[in-house]
Every structure is written in structure tokens, then in C-alpha cells.
Write a protein that binds this ligand. Structure first.
Ligand code: FES
Ligand code: FES
Length: 165
């Protein structure tokens, strides 16, 4: 199949790429750009492990063609940290024990980051709705919801982790 030249804006940088028309965004991120934070699990749009953001909205990159992403601003989990400094959300996942095997974590983070960019201090119901497309097989969700709630608090404090701050 003939390859096509496209440009994708990923984590603030334009990337020139040669892709096949049926290449998914997830394939291009992982295989062409070595951005392997986004995980491939179901490949069918069910699990959410491949979630990235396009123009600030959570999107399943396994169901998105790379060509469709042209002209958008793509953010992957690699775009959350500032160099070696984790974002508040990432640190909160660690502090609250919200990571076990880690396969769901990048997708959870991207859905949660999109929520927090629009909603300060979301309640548990809002957090669970925002994460409803992200399946975790390990944690039971409570720790993940706690981690997102903490990261969304203006004063960044909660009873579970006061001793760590
Ligand atoms: S790998 Fe994309 S939704 Fe499961
Ligand atoms: S931490 Fe294992 S699937 Fe969520």
C-alpha cells in the first residue's frame, strides 16, 4: 500500500511521518515514534488503555486513523510530565497506590487529565463518569478515584496523604 506524508502535532511538536492510510494513531505513536506509553490491549475500543487526547478530549487511539489526527493537537501520556518532574496527577496516582500492573494507567491518566483541565475539584461521581471508558483489571478503581480527586483539589490535600506533604 502506498505511504502518505502527514504531519502530526504531538505533545507540542510537529512530526513529519510516512503512514499507510489504514495505520492507526496508536500504531504510529508506538511503532514510528517510540511513544510506547499508550498501551494496546483490546484493539477494539473497549478497554481505554490506548487513550490519548486530541484537542483536549480523550480519544481511543486504536480506533483513530493517523491520517484523521492531522490538524489536531495530540497529547500522549509522555506529555504529562515536565522533564523528570511528574505532573500532580501522576504523583497522586503513585501516592494513592492507584497503579498495579500499570497497563490501564496511561489511559486513565489521559482521561483524568482531560477531566481536570475542565473541572476543578470534581466529585467522585463525575470522576467515575469520566473514567467509565477506562477498564482496570487490578485496582478496583477506588484508589484511582481517590488519586484523581486529590489531584483536582485546589489545596492538594486529603486525609489519606496528608502525612506525605
Ligand atoms: S486498546 Fe484501544 S480501547 Fe482497548
Ligand atoms: S493497574 Fe492493572 S489494569 Fe489497571
Amino acid at each position: 500500500m502506498e505511504k502518505l506524508q502527514i504531519t502530526l502535532n504531538i505533545n507540542g511538536k510537529d512530526q513529519a511521518l510516512l503512514v499507510q492510510p489504514n495505520d492507526t494513531l496508536l500504531e504510529v505513536l508506538r511503532d514510528e515514534l517510540d511513544l510506547t506509553g499508550s498501551k494496546e490491549s483490546c484493539s477494539e475500543g473497549i478497554c481505554g488503555s490506548c487513550t490519548i487526547q486530541m484537542d483536549g478530549k480523550p480519544v481511543r487511539s486504536c480506533l483513530t486513523l493517523a491520517m484523521e489526527a492531522q490538524g489536531t493537537k495530540i497529547k500522549t501520556v509522555e506529555g504529562l510530565a515536565n522533564g523528570d518532574e511528574l505532573s500532580n496527577l501522576q504523583q497522586s496516582f503513585i501516592d494513592h497506590g492507584a497503579v498495579q500492573c500499570g497497563i490501564c494507567t496511561p489511559g486513565m491518566l489521559m482521561s483524568a487529565d482531560a477531566l481536570l483541565s475542565e473541572t476543578l475539584n470534581p466529585d467522585d461521581t463525575t470522576i467515575r463518569q469520566a473514567l467509565s471508558g477506562n477498564i482496570c483489571r487490578c485496582t478496583g478503581y477506588s484508589k484511582i478515584v481517590e488519586a484523581v480527586a486529590h489531584a483536582g483539589k485546589p489545596e492538594k490535600s486529603c486525609p489519606d496523604c496528608q502525612t506525605k506533604e
